[in-house]
Design a binder for this molecule. Structure first.
Ligand SMILES: NC(=O)c1ccc[n+]([C@@H]2O[C@H](COP(=O)([O-])OP(=O)(O)OC[C@H]3O[C@@H](n4cnc5c(N)ncnc54)[C@H](O)[C@@H]3O)[C@@H](O)[C@H]2O)c1
Length: 371
């Protein structure tokens, strides 16, 4: 009989999204995920999560990786630690679900994907909003031809991060808006259209010196090392004869009013969130223009951080490809890296990575308890 017990999982990195997102939402799917413990380089943060609902507080990453009871880790450290923590976990035989970006550089992401394959382990990566009922609903209707041939998509996300995030310096010094937030529309676009084959990027450092406005280090000045403002034109590797094109705008300087995600076809279009679920859908038709639609039944309000981990846990137990796959996350990262390169060299640049397209969510989703 196949093993259907929940996957014994440790959260590594116990900051804002662990406390407010992953811990409560993973605990919403106890038939898939058992949170057996927590590790953070700041032990108080790990202890705070364990105090809420039990679980072991690990003193080091080695202690997590040497614990034979642990099957998987959820890597919620900051960007620069995603690669070394995930690589160490894979080498120790643990399955890995990582927050985005999968790593800072594409060669690191290649190593992660190759190590997972060589070790026979699952490597999954956020964002998981594509699993939400809104994105799944729109994707299905696109596959059924409701908006005709897809011709383009646009995406936008960002804003002046240092005004609300206590670790904004880490985001601006090591990741920048492309690596940090472009994975939201890029995951939706590359799932619903095709991988990206060429990018033409325009990006710059717009505000090189900033001050943290939130958290215990409020008032700290920092220098921005990554391009903090820009946009890019994308060409998809799409089957349509005339091709399909995209535009993404990502800035940690300005919050633009460009819609977060639109997808356009020869017979209509959809407008929705790319980074969460449950905020409704707008549909465009040539006859009626843009009209509001209610969210589909079961749509979650906000982002359900647990769905991606539950799908990953189910993929471990049934030995299938996780839908939020490491190879697709590597592609999204490479698109971002090539956008910066294109901006530097002043011409379009090709993207070489590809991935196996994710499966749509079945009528009984992997996070639902069918028993
Ligand atoms: N905050 C958000 O809204 C948000 C949304 C989506 C995704 N994310 C992603 O999630 C990740 C975490 O974001 P956050 O907002 O929770 O940040 P955060 O700074 O609040 O938390 C990060 C935690 O990781 C710990 N940490 C860092 N390096 C570590 C290491 N090597 N070993 C152990 N612990 C380590 C830090 O001590 C900290 O507690 C980021 O990569 C970010 O891109 C954040």
């Amino acid at each position: 009989m196949s093993n259907t017990t929940p996957v014994r999982t440790v959260i590594v990195g116990c900051g804002m999204i662990s406390a407010g997102g992953y811990q409560p939402r993973c605990q919403a799917y106890p038939h898939r995920i058992e949170l057996v413990g927590y590790y953070d380089q700041d032990e108080e943060r790990a202890s705070a999560l364990a105090e809420r609902n039990g679980g072991h507080v690990y003193k080091s990453l080695d202690e997590v990786l040497n614990d034979a009871n642990v099957e998987a880790i959820v890597n919620l450290t900051l960007h620069i630690s995603h690669y070394p923590v995930s690589l160490a976990a894979l080498k120790a035989g643990k399955h890995v679900y990582s927050e985005k970006p999968i790593s800072i550089r594409t060669d690191e992401a290649n190593e992660l994907v190759e190590t997972a394959e060589a070790m026979g382990l699952k490597l999954a990566c956020a964002p998981s909003a594509i699993l939400g009922y809104v994105q799944q609903n729109v994707w299905q209707r696109i596959r059924e031809g409701e908006i005709g041939d897809v011709i383009s998509a646009i995406g936008n996300f960002g804003g002046p991060l240092e005004h609300w995030h206590p670790s904004a310096d880490a985001f601006l010094m090591h990741a920048g808006p492309f690596r940090d937030v472009a994975p939201y529309p890029l995951t939706a676009m590359t799932t619903m259209i095709a991988p990206v084959k060429t990018v033409h990027g325009f990006a710059r450092v717009a505000v090189p010196k900033r001050i943290l406005h939130q958290g215990p280090r409020q008032g700290t000045e920092f220098e921005v090392n990554e391009k903090d403002h820009g946009f890019a034109v994308l060409e998809f590797d799409a089957p349509q004869k005339a091709g399909a094109h995209g535009f993404i705008y990502h800035s940690f300087t300005v919050a633009s009013g460009i819609p977060p995600y639109e997808i356009h076809g020869t017979a209509g279009g959809f407008s929705l969130q790319a980074h969460d679920d449950g905020r409704g859908i707008k549909k465009f038709t040539p006859r009626d223009g843009w009209q509001d639609e209610p969210s589909p039944p079961k749509a979650f309000t906000g982002l359900d951080w647990g769905k991606g981990v539950a799908d990953f846990a189910d993929a471990i137990r049934s030995d299938r490809n996780p839908r939020c796959n490491g190879a697709q996350a590597r592609h999204a990262l490479e698109v971002c890296e090539r956008i910066i390169e294109s901006s530097d060299v002043g011409r379009p640049v090709d993207v070489v990575s590809r991935f196996r397209a994710p499966q749509p969510v079945d009528s009984v989703a992997p996070w639902e308890d069918a028993s």
